[in-house]
Write a protein that binds this ligand. Structure first.
Ligand SMILES: [Cu+2]
Length: 303
């Protein structure tokens, strides 16, 4: 009997240590904290849920291993024969429901915050193409295409002889970066011109599909200056892996200066961009998308 007790203790400790280590590992090698208040709340939510599941894991695994080892058949234990227990059923229904409610409250708060795109100080329309992005700064009248940078593009060709490890930010650099001001509430309007793409920069804390004929909304408020990288996150064709996203967040003053430098820049035709490959039947689609992303939408939503 003494041995059994030792075994119980040993297994319980093992289970606890294993689960805690795993939990710490998960927190240490965690999702990015991001650079916006929203990405911080996503990060906090993630940690809260991770904490809850860690505690559940400790309880479940300790109970499970202890009963499997200590109450095994070879020791002469007989299985219980009862088939119904109202008490047990009420318990195992009530506890999980309470846990789900505890998780649902902060999760819903974060989701509602994500959907609230009101109060924007500026609007950027993002259009996905096979395989590049187009950015329209609605108020500042700037628009340009953003495609994989030349160096990555050269290195990725079969037989290029270039070692990708020698290329800085291989497949994560673009020719024209999306320049955005910090400490500004920015609304994004996302759409696509050919197939479904998805605009994803992990540091912003969200990912949004860019769908032809539809406009999805998202918002951000970047607090730290810096360069933030992302990629298309919806398999959109053979070059899906070659349409990165790069944000360059600069101070509002530098942003105004940048806008003045860009004055008059307006890209209209994706086919004029060397990276544009699609466009086989784009003539009427072009019109559709333009109609949907009419500036009226922007104006009416702002009030
Ligand atoms: Cu894509």
């Amino acid at each position: 009997m003494k041995r059994t007790n030792e075994l119980i203790v040993a297994l319980a400790v093992l289970a606890v240590v294993t689960v805690i280590t795993w939990g710490l590992f998960a927190v240490g090698d965690n999702m990015p904290r991001g650079v916006t208040p929203f990405s911080q709340s996503v990060y906090q939510l993630h940690n809260t849920v991770m904490g809850i599941v860690t505690v559940i894991g400790i309880l479940v695994f300790t109970a499970m291993f202890t009963s499997v080892v200590v109450h095994r058949k070879s020791k002469g234990y007989e299985p219980a024969k009862f088939t119904h227990s109202t008490k047990a059923e009420i318990t195992w229904t009530t506890i999980p429901v309470l846990i789900l409610i505890v998780i649902a409250i902060p999760a819903t708060t974060v989701l509602i915050d994500m959907e609230d795109t009101g109060g924007a100080e500026m609007n950027v329309k993002i259009t996905g193409y096979q395989w590049l992005w187009k950015y329209d700064y609605i108020e500042d009248g700037i628009s340009f295409f953003s495609a994989l940078d030349r160096e990555s593009n050269r290195a990725r060709q079969i037989g290029s002889g270039i070692d990708p490890r020698d290329v800085d930010n291989y497949l994560l650099e673009v020719d024209n970066r999306l320049v955005l001001p910090t400490n500004t509430r920015i609304r994004f309007l996302l759409t696509a011109d050919d197939v479904i793409h998805s605009w994803w920069v992990p540091d912003l804390g969200w990912k949004r599909d860019a769908i032809p004929g539809m406009v999805n909304e998202a918002w951000t408020y970047i607090e730290e200056e810096g360069v933030y990288r992302g990629q298309c996150a919806e398999l959109c064709g053979k070059d899906h892996g070659f349409m990165p996203i790069v944000i360059e967040a600069i101070s509002p003053e530098d942003y105004r200066r940048w806008v003045e430098e860009q004055n008059g820049t307006a890209a209209t035709d994706p086919e004029s961009h060397p990276s544009f490959v699609g466009g086989n039947d784009s003539a009427d689609k072009d019109e559709d998308t333009t109609a949907v992303v009419d500036l009226d939408i922007v104006a009416s939503d702002q009030g």
